[in-house]
Design a protein around this ligand. Structure first.
Ligand code: ATP
Length: 664
């Protein structure tokens, strides 16, 4: 047994429309007129109510017999209407909201003997709203939750009655009076109420039929089997997204057969029946006050004045798509009851609800994936269920079958996760391990810590996204600058046509982008005996031309490069100036730094600033170690051109610093 709605273990993602006010949905009202039934009609009885069309009816005006009172509703069902008409016309359309994670309520209201139980429950020959809705809902959830569909669905049922202001669990009659509570999000809870998982209509009947026999009914003068309580069937549809972002939705359907208002002068109630009748009439009176308060927009709605209205808080003025079916009889002797039921129905029509999607994130994303009991075997299944679920017997989300004897390691249990999420978890686990974090690895850490870690992963993702955006902006700026440069270049004559003197000037521009090296390094290089390194030297002459006011820019240039060659050629050929061994060694050194260096270490590399360094660390955590330097382009840390320039600057830099060892 568990609460009707459990907020525990959830990370609320959204109320769809939260932030904004969810759009309103008026309580829909239908009126059903019962035919004369045995024993209720006099020989020459004529109905006091008459249908005008599919939405309106008229009733005699007791104040003026020449007049009739007309009412208009969302639907009117005459005495010949069938159970299917009512179900298809007014109930079936709201069931789809449950699969959207929204709540829905169907309330049968009316005087005693007017046909509420007939409408809601019906008989085996004429099944009412409850069996029809369950049949359709279970079919819908089977289809929507089928293998290969994005959501896994499960359905549970609870059944209770409010009898003399006591909330009694009809699925567990021994449980006594249950309390109604409200959580911080406004959900109505009944801690301790039984929830039975159902997957088929047979399942439903197995629980519902015996429970219905527990409902309190009694004979009165007006109804041989009069409901002495309000009966509430609660069907919860729980949806879990199979892939990221692993959302979870919950839709609740209340199917409510209210007890009928009773005029005890006519029911002949005495003793217990009179007491029951008093409780029924009181709660219906409060229901009337609630509807009036909502109708008039009063600041205080007296939901707490009765258990019934407290429970209906969601359905009236709350978050449900609600339909009220007002049942009335045609007999003149019930005229006053019929009139007051019609007035109540007319006021209810004005009540506005605001349904929203009840969506949250499954925190089990980080927990080992729960497999079905069949898959886990009995002992593992017990361990995998939380205490709450164990009580309720909630079914597990469908998952691919496996042999019962199979043992699952945490990693195997994670195998059905979204690969991206799994990868992130594993990277994070590795990272924690590498930082010497004490305790068990992530995949078996307690739930609370996993939540914290999940938050860290999310924050890192956000940070990476932010950095990527910034990098894109920077790249866009560089491209824009290049476009400006090239336009300027185009305005000049093509380089091949330039006189030599002009060419010297044009080649100076790329030199501004050449490697910035400490002076002493360059001086060391000059003295370097390494024959693999073609001499790289500070070109003071060019500095003056190239720096364009930058003052500190040094350029690297092949000494033997013909000054008349275009600079691009020199840049393209830089790799040819190093032996393949040195090149490989240089790449290896850079790769090692990329995989092992902190953000600070990474900044010692040429072309790597603060943002790129962080981006590299983030990517490493996300995707694991880089297998080659070119991965920087693959994970979009830099463009192909940037990578080429990065490699050139760093390998030449390392070579010049003598950090690539001797000739190979
Ligand atoms: N549309 C209908 N067609 C045929 N019979 C009906 C119809 N509606 C109700 N009845 C019959 O009328 C009788 C009273 O109906 P029901 O028990 O559903 O009333 P109720 O409103 O639930 O009464 P109470 O509030 O006392 O429980 C039953 O015998 C039922 O079969």
């Amino acid at each position: 047994m568990a609460a009707v709605t459990s907020g525990a273990g959830r990370c609320r993602l959204s109320k769809v429309g939260a932030g904004r006010r969810p759009p309103p949905a008026r309580v829909r009202v239908a009126v059903r007129l019962r035919p004369f039934v045995d024993g209720t009609a006099g020989a020459d009885d004529t109905p006091c109510v008459r249908g005008l069309d599919s939405c309106s009816l008229e009733i005699a005006n007791w104040r003026n017999h020449q007049e009739t009172l007309k009412y208009q509703f969302d639907a009117f069902y005459g005495e010949r209407s069938s159970q299917q008409d009512i179900y298809a016309g007014s109930v079936q359309p709201i069931l789809r909201h449950l699969l959207e994670g929204q709540n829905a309520s169907v309330l049968a209201y009316g005087p005693t003997g007017a046909g509420k139980t007939h409408t809601m429950l019906g008989s085996p020959e004429q099944p009412g709203v409850i069996p029809r809705a369950l049949m359709d809902l279970l079919q819908l959830t089977r289809e929507e939750g089928a293998e290969g569909r994005p959501w896994a669905l499960s359905v549970t049922m609870s059944y209770l009655e409010i009898y003399q202001e006591k909330v009694l669990d009809l699925l567990d009659p021994a449980s006594g009076d249950l309390v109604i509570r409200e959580d911080c999000r406004g959900n109505i809870l009944i801690p301790g109420l039984t929830h039975k998982p159902i997957t088929s209509f047979a399942d439903f009947e197995r629980h519902f039929l015996p429970a219905s026999r527990n409902r309190t009914v009694g004979a009165t003068r007006l109804n041989q089997r009069s409901s002495r309580s309000h009966a509430v069937l609660l069907v919860k549809v729980d949806q879990r997204e199979r892939l990221a972002p692993f959302r979870q939705r919950e839709g609740k359907l209340y199917l409510i057969d209210l007890a009928g208002s009773e005029d005890n002068r006519r029911t002949g109630n005495k003793g217990l029946r009179l007491k029951e009748s008093g409780a029924i009439n009181t709660s219906l009176f409060v229901l009337g006050k609630v509807v009036d308060a909502l109708h008039q927009g009063l600041p205080r709605v007296p939901y707490r004045d009765s258990k019934l209205t407290r429970l209906l808080q969601d359905s009236l003025g709350g978050s449900a798509h609600s339909i009220l079916i007002a049942n009335i009889g045609p007999e003149r002797c019930f005229y006053q009851d019929t009139l007051s039921a019609l007035n109540f129905a007319a006021r209810s029509k004005e009540v506005i609800n605001r349904p929203f999607t009840n969506e949250s994130l499954q925190l089990r994303v980080l927990a080992p994936v729960k497999l079905s009991q069949k898959e886990l075997g009995p002992s593992e299944a017990k361990k995998a269920r939380g205490p709450e679920e164990e009580k309720t017997g909630n079914p597990e989300s469908p998952a691919p079958p496996a042999s019962a004897s199979q043992k699952f390691s945490p990693l195997q249990k994670l195998s059905s996760m979204d690969p991206a999420v799994l990868q992130r978890l594993l990277s994070l686990d590795r990272l924690l391990g590498s930082q010497g974090t004490q305790g068990t690895p992530l995949l078996s850490t307690p739930r609370r810590e996993r939540m914290v870690l999940m938050k860290i992963v999310e924050e890192k993702d956000l940070e990476i996204e932010r950095l990527k955006m910034e990098q894109k902006e920077l790249e866009a700026q560089v491209l824009a600058q290049k476009a400006v440069d090239s336009t300027e270049g185009e305005n000049c004559s093509p380089p091949m046509l330039l006189p030599l003197a002009r060419r010297r000037v044009t080649v100076a521009k790329p030199l501004q982008k050449a490697v910035v090296m400490p002076l002493q390094l360059i001086q060391e290089q000059a003295a370097s005996p390494n024959p693999d390194i073609h001499i790289l030297k500070k070109n003071r002459k060019r500095k003056v031309r190239a720096a364009g006011g930058l003052g500190y820019t040094y350029s690297l240039e092949r000494e033997d490069l013909d000054a008349s060659e275009p600079q691009e050629k020199a840049e393209d050929c830089w790799e040819l100036q190093l032996s393949s061994g040195l090149l490989a060694h240089g790449r290896q050194k850079i790769l090692q730094l990329l995989n092992e260096g902190s953000a600070r270490d990474l900044r010692s590399l040429q072309r790597i600033g603060e943002k790129k360094a962080q981006l590299i660390v983030g990517c490493r955590e996300l995707h694991g170690p880089f297998s080659q330097v070119e991965d920087l382009e693959r994970v979009k840390v830099m463009s192909g051109r940037q990578l080429a320039s990065f490699l050139k600057a760093n390998i030449l830099g390392l070579a010049a610093a003598g950090q690539l060892g001797g000739p190979s």
